[in-house]
Design a protein around this ligand. Structure first.
Ligand SMILES: CCC[C@H](NCc1c(COP(=O)(O)O)cnc(C)c1O)C(=O)O
Length: 303
């Protein structure tokens, strides 16, 4: 799926898509030293609402701190850049927004402390990332990188080779998505999502210290569950618990709330979205389009 837009935001300027280029000696191209985010903008018929803009920008700054690179902008300037990248294209449909901060110095040196960084943001029309009726997932042979090896709480470009290998394996085996186990064999997340398991009316999801990205959608779902009285417990999840769950679903900005109806050839529940998954997916769809006043703090209008 090639992405395309008319205009992008690049180091403070609205630039034509075809002019937004970097040099082949760019540090981030060689070593994966970029920090990126994924946000969604939802068109609700009147305005385009960016979902949890503040939290995504906050995470971008945390990721940069973990990698040890400079961010030559304030959080407000990055929020404005993200809004501008959407506004400049006058989008009036659902979009995916990709800010990326990357080490731009043309060097092969590894120490990043004094190197320069650039910020770019582009947005493009984007619908469903995974089939909303439910997906088939496989626990793949590639393990989730352990957080003593790479700081997986930081959304660092180079770490995504782990996700690339995982999803490519799952798709080559005929599945829609990959589930990754950590070095101890616990299932911790998808290639681009956090995972939830429902059993006897309660939800379980791996704790943040288990080498996962601290997902913003994960936080949204936990908050919504508390508000509607669904118990959520953060605990390690074994493969057997996954196979025998009443429901499994994946959550992420791109994936939103995606039911998992089969894992490694085992049907989950009766192989269709379960009641808890459906309830949360429906509520989430209303929240992101600003239809529920209680969560209006989470949406930022573009126009
Ligand atoms: C290719 C990466 C796409 C990106 N994945 C987001 C993502 C999540 C969910 O995080 P959040 O809820 O904050 O989005 C969890 N875990 C991983 C490894 C992720 O890449 C996304 O935009 O959903």
């Amino acid at each position: 799926m090639r992405v395309q837009a008319q205009y992008v935001w690049f180091d403070g300027k609205i630039t034509k898509w075809e002019d937004a280029k970097i040099h082949i000696a760019t540090h981030a191209l060689h070593y994966g030293t970029s920090i990126f985010e994924g946000l969604r903008g939802y068109w609700n018929g009147e305005n385009l609402l960016i979902f949890r803009l503040n939290e995504h920008v906050e995470r971008m700054f945390k990721s940069a701190k973990i990698l040890g690179v400079k961010v030559p902008y304030t959080q407000q300037e990055v929020r404005n850049a993200i809004i501008e990248a959407v506004r400049a294209n006058n989008f009036k449909e659902d979009v995916y927004i990709r800010p990326i901060l990357f080490v731009s110095t043309q060097t092969v040196a590894l120490d990043v402390r004094d190197l320069d960084t650039s910020l770019a943001v582009f947005a493009f029309p984007f619908g469903k990332y995974l089939p909303p009726g439910g997906i088939r997932a496989a626990v793949v042979s590639w393990r989730r990188v352990h957080n003593t090896m790479l700081p997986v709480m930081a959304k660092i470009g180079g770490i995504y080779v782990n996700s690339v290998l995982a999803l490519t394996e799952a798709r080559s085996r005929g599945y829609d998505e990959a589930l990754l186990a950590d070095i101890n064999g616990y299932v911790v997340e998808g290639s681009g999502e956090n995972v939830f398991v429902a059993r006897n009316g309660a939800l379980y999801t791996p704790p943040v210290h288990q080498s996962i990205l601290e997902g913003i959608t994960r936080d949204t779902v936990i908050t919504l569950c508390k508000d509607i009285g669904i118990k959520v417990e953060e605990k390690p999840i074994t493969r057997e618990e996954l196979y025998t769950a009443d429901e499994v679903f994946l959550v992420g900005t791109a994936a939103e709330v995606t039911p998992v109806i089969e894992v490694d050839g085992r049907a989950i529940g009766d192989r269709k979205p379960g009641p808890i998954t459906t309830k949360i997916a429906t509520l989430y769809a209303d929240v992101v389009r600003g239809r529920i006043e209680k969560y209006s703090r989470w949406v930022t209008p573009v126009y």
